[in-house]
Ligand binder design. Structure first.
Ligand code: EPU
Length: 336
């Protein structure tokens, strides 16, 4: 059923006010194909969990909320399982399901907000693991032909917070389901990122299970990242910039404390949070728009901020960081 003038406040984790001219929720593939076939001229904005968007205005046309559900084992061997998850499932519910079944591979990605279908879009990642590491394939509907097409990992062209669905095929496909390749035994744990090892050893755990790793990730996240149910936010607002080694070395002359991470291909990843904090913005607040006091990369809505106000704050951060360091931060969230 298409609803006119629908408030989107409950459909974006920033919790900003915005209205969709029309709104429809879709529960299965047949309905999805029929909808696109019937609405060829209207502007259609596809919405997943609303956890990676900033709505700076009301949306004209139709906002289509993806609510396809289902989790199913489609292939299994003694070592591995292939799990097919429909696009509308909550990502964290999938993580919890895998922990319950002892399927390994996504424990470092616990507590990331959002839905399964949007996970490949930006190749979600945290604590040394990215979706691409467990991704087998996905099925996406071509919006123009309504055909369901298969994409393997290569076809998705994953990069750091990137995929073909954000680049060449932007707004051309709707991801319907994703297959994950997970381990049943001999889980390959990723413990090297940040403080995971420290948190585990503080708890006296030296032979961690995937549940222990997820618990460590959850405690680290909860200490730094605000819960969108309590304080509106969209996780990291900007991407961590990747610069050449030469530029990094030049910056280090003036900023010897600048943290840098080798990307493996001669480039250096710089924490945007460090640039923002050093530019003086950590904990900054302007009206109800602010920079989180525990993580400078997270912009927050203290209550009544509009998307436009948050975007203005983001732009002033971009300008100040560029003036100070010569680096233009690029948003990780999608701006509407
Ligand atoms: N730092 C600061 N000030 C701060 C916070 C961090 O200077 O206020 C510096 C520190 O040097 C720290 C470094 O930034 O060591 C990295 O910080 P952190 O480990 O918190 O991670 P991040 O680079 O800010 C990325 C992802 C997060 C993900 C974490 C953990 C991006 C854009 N963000 O953040 O993903 O949870 O690593 O893996 O890559 C998201 O995408 O929404 C997200 C939350």
């Amino acid at each position: 059923m298409i609803q006119p003038n629908k408030s989107l406040q409950a459909y974006n984790t920033f919790g900003v006010a915005s209205t969709a001219e029309f709104f429809v929720e879709i529960f299965d593939r047949v309905e999805l194909a029929a909808f696109f076939k019937a609405h060829t001229t209207e502007q259609i904005t596809v919405l997943g969990g609303g956890s990676n968007i900033l709505l700076t205005q009301n949306l004209s046309g139709i906002v289509l909320k993806i609510s396809l559900t289902g989790i199913e084992v489609v292939e299994e061997s003694p070592q591995e399982v292939i799990l097919e998850v429909q696009a509308g499932e909550s990502w964290n519910d999938v993580v919890s399901y895998c922990l319950d079944q002892d399927y390994g591979g996504i424990e470092n990605l616990a507590l990331i907000p959002g839905q399964m279908g949007t996970a490949p879009m930006q190749n979600i990642g945290a604590y040394g693991v990215e979706l691409k590491d467990v991704f087998d394939s996905c099925v996406a509907m071509n919006r123009e032909t309504q055909e369901f097409e298969y994409f393997d990992r290569e076809a998705c062209a994953f990069g750091y917070r990137e995929s073909v669905f954000k680049q060449k095929l932007k707004n051309k496909y709707v991801i319907c389901s994703v297959r994950l390749r997970l381990t049943k035994t001999n889980h390959r744990l990723t413990l090297d990122y940040g403080s995971i090892k420290d948190v585990l050893s503080q708890s006296g755990i030296d032979n961690p299970s995937i549940r222990d790793v997820a618990a460590a990730v959850i405690s680290i996240r909860q200490s730094k990242l605000p819960d969108p149910k309590i304080l509106g936010n969209s996780g990291s607002f900007f991407k961590n910039p990747i610069i050449t080694k030469k530029t990094a070395d030049q910056l280090k002359v003036n900023y010897p404390q600048l943290p840098t991470y080798d990307t493996g291909d001669g480039q250096q990843k710089i924490p945007a949070a460090w640039l923002i904090e050093t530019a003086g913005y950590k904990g900054f607040r302007q009206g109800d728009a602010g920079v989180h006091k525990h993580q400078a990369l997270v912009l927050v809505n203290y209550g009544q901020a509009t998307g436009a106000e948050i975007w203005r704050l983001a732009q002033s951060i971009q300008d100040k960081v560029e003036k100070e360091f010569g680096i233009r931060l690029m948003p990780e969230v999608n701006i509407y």
